[in-house]
Design a protein around this ligand. Structure first.
Ligand SMILES: CSC[C@H]1O[C@@H](n2cnc3c(O)ncnc32)[C@H](O)[C@@H]1O
Ligand SMILES: [Zn+2]
Length: 437
C-alpha cells in the first residue's frame, strides 16, 4: 500500500495542549514531512499507511517541552562551582572559566546540552551564550528547534570584543539564520546590571526592527535591584520601562524580585517571563511571584537556566519543582496546579518565544515536535490523571521518543543523529583543559 503519512504515532494517550485541551485516550498522530497532518482516535488513524510507525504502547504522546531559558554550553561547567551566591559564582568562577572558551568548545558543550535535552523530551530551547554562531550550528546539527542569541554586555566579549562589534555579530546571526527551518535568533543583552542604557536601547531597536525576541536576565536578585536602584533610581523593571524597552517581544528571565508596580508594568507591556525555579533556589536568589504573574495574565514559560546553576537540563524535574515550591512558599496547595505547570512547559513557553504558531501543542498544520513517554513503569503505575503524572512523577528518562520537525531524533532512548560517545568524550577533554586553567 502506498504510504499516505511519513510517520504514524499510535496507541497512545494523546495530550494535545490545544485551546480546548483535547485528550485522545487511545489516539494517534500522523505526520507528513515536517508537520502534523492529523490527530484523532487510533481506531480511525491507526491504520494509516506510513513509512515509519512508532507504537506508543499505551504511553503518553504530547508536545515536546519548551525550555525558555538556558545556556546550553554550560554543560561544560556542571559541578565546577556549587553552593555560592550568584555574584560570587559568576564573577569568581564562571566568568574566568568562560574566558577560556572558543567557538569549538561552545559547539561541543551545546551539542552535549542538546543530547541531554533530546533525551529528556525537550524539543525547543532558547539559548544565550558566547560564540552563539557555534551554538546555532550545534542545535541545527542536533536537529533541535532553537532560539539563539549572542550575549551582549558592557565589557569586551571573548568572542566579538567591544560592544559595537556585538551588535554587528547579532545582526549577522539574524541574517545568517533568517531562513532556517529550526534555528532563529534573538537579541540578548545580559542584564540591566551588566548593560549600559545605550546598549539596552540599541538592543531593543535591533530586536524591534528585525521582529525578533529580546531576551534578558531581569530582577534576579535583591542585590541587582539594590545596585540598579542606586545607579538609575529605579527598579530593574522600572529602569527598562523608562528606557522604552518593555514590549511584547521581551522575554524576561528569572523575575524573582518584583514589586507590585513592576508586575503592573510587565502586564501592561505584555512582557513574557521565563521562570527558572531550580536555578533561583540553587543560587539562593529567592522565589519568583509566579502565581501572581499568571493571575495577572502574564505569559510565563519554564526554563532550566544553565547546567552550572541547576545542575541538569530536565524540564520534567523543573515542572515538579515549580509546582511544589510555590505551594510551600504560599502555604496553599492549590497554587500552580499540574495543568498550569504543564501549560508553562509547553504552549506558554512557545508563546513566550513567539513560536506558538508552529510548536507547543499538537494541532494539524503545526510542526511535528512530539514526545512519547513510557508509562508502563513502576513509578507511573497506576495512572489516574496524566497531567498529575507528567508534573509529579515522570522524569526525563521516561521519554522514549523525541521528534522535532517531523524527524525522529531519539527512539528507545537511543540518539539517532548524534554521536553521543564522541560528544561526551569531547566534553571530558575540554573539562581537562579547564581543570588545568
Ligand atoms: C555569556 S551568556 C550568559 C552569561 O550569563 C551567565 N549566567 C548564567 N546563568 C546566569 C544567571 O542565572 N544570572 C546571570 N548570569 C548568568 C553565563 O555564565 C554567561 O556568562
Ligand atoms: Zn541565565
Amino acid at each position: 500500500m502506498t504510504p499516505t503519512a511519513d510517520l504514524l504515532i499510535t496507541n497512545g494517550l494523546v495530550i494535545t495542549m490545544d485551546a480546548q485541551n483535547r485528550i485522545f485516550e487511545n489516539g494517534a498522530v500522523t505526520i507528513i514531512g515536517d508537520a502534523i497532518a492529523a490527530i484523532g482516535p487510533a481506531d480511525k488513524l491507526g491504520a494509516t499507511p506510513a513509512r515509519e510507525t512508532i507504537d506508543a504502547c499505551g504511553g503518553i504522546v504530547m508536545p515536546g517541552l519548551v525550555n525558555t531559558h538556558t545556556h546550553a554550553a554550560m554543560t561544560l561547567f556542571r559541578g565546577l562551582a556549587d553552593d555560592l551566591p550568584l555574584a560570587e559564582w559568576l564573577n569568581d568562577h564562571i566568568f574566568p572559566a568562560e574566558a577560556l572558551l572558543d567557538a569549538d568548545k561552545v559547539h561541543a558543550g551545546t551539542l552535549l546540552g542538546c543530547a541531554e535535552m533530546i533525551l529528556s523530551g525537550i524539543t525547543c530551547f532558547c539559548d544565550m551564550y558566547l560564540f552563539e554562531g557555534a551554538a546555532a550550528r550545534a542545535a541545527a546539527a542536533a536537529g533541535m528547534r532553537a532560539v539563539v542569541g549572542e550575549v551582549l554586555y558592557d565589557f569586551p566579549s571573548p568572542n566579538y570584543g567591544p560592544i559595537e562589534k556585538g551588535f554587528d555579530c547579532t545582526r549577522l546571526l539574524i541574517d545568517t539564520w533568517k531562513d532556517d527551518p529550526l534555528v532563529s535568533v534573538a537579541v540578548e543583552p545580559h542584564s540591566p546590571y551588566l548593560c549600559a542604557p545605550d546598549l539596552l536601547t540599541e538592543a531593543a531597536n535591533i530586536a524591534r526592527d528585525n521582529r525578533v525576541p529580546l531576551v534578558i536576565h531581569l530582577s534576579e536578585t535583591r542585590k541587582e535591584v539594590e545596585d540598579v536602584r542606586q545607579k538609575y533610581g529605579a527598579t530593574p523593571v522600572g529602569h527598562l520601562a523608562e528606557l522604552g524597552v518593555l514590549a511584547p517581544n521581551l522575554l524576561a528571565c528569572h523575575c524573582v524580585v518584583l514589586s507590585d508596580e513592576d508586575m503592573d508594568l510587565l502586564a501592561e507591556h505584555d512582557v513574557k517571563v521565563s521562570h527558572n525555579p531550580e536555578s533561583n533556589m540553587k543560587l539562593a536568589s529567592g522565589i519568583a511571584p509566579v502565581a501572581e504573574l499568571i493571575r495577572r495574565g502574564i505569559c510565563t514559560g519554564l526554563g532550566t537556566d544553565g547546567c552550572s546553576s541547576n545542575n541538569n537540563l530536565d524540564l520534567f524535574a523543573e515542572m515538579d519543582m515549580a509546582a511544589k515550591l510555590h505551594k510551600a512558599s504560599s502555604l496553599d496547595p492549590t497554587v500552580m496546579d499540574a495543568a498550569t505547570v504543564l501549560h508553562m512547559a509547553t504552549i506558554d513557553g512557545a508563546r513566550a518565544l513567539g513560536l506558538d504558531r508552529i510548536t507547543g501543542s499538537l494541532e494539524s498544520g503545526k510542526k511535528a515536535d512530539i514526545i512519547v513517554i513510557d508509562t508502563n513503569r513502576p513509578h507511573l503505575t497506576p495512572m489516574y490523571r496524566p497531567e498529575s503524572h507528567l508534573v509529579y512523577a515522570v522524569g526525563g528518562s521516561d521519554v522514549t521518543a523525541t521528534i522535532v520537525n517531523g524527524r525522529v531524533l531519539m527512539k528507545d532512548r537511543r540518539l539517532l543523529h548524534l554521536d553521543l560517545e564522541k560528544t561526551m568524550a569531547d566534553a571530558r577533554q575540554i573539562a581537562n583543559e579547564i581543570r588545568n586553567g
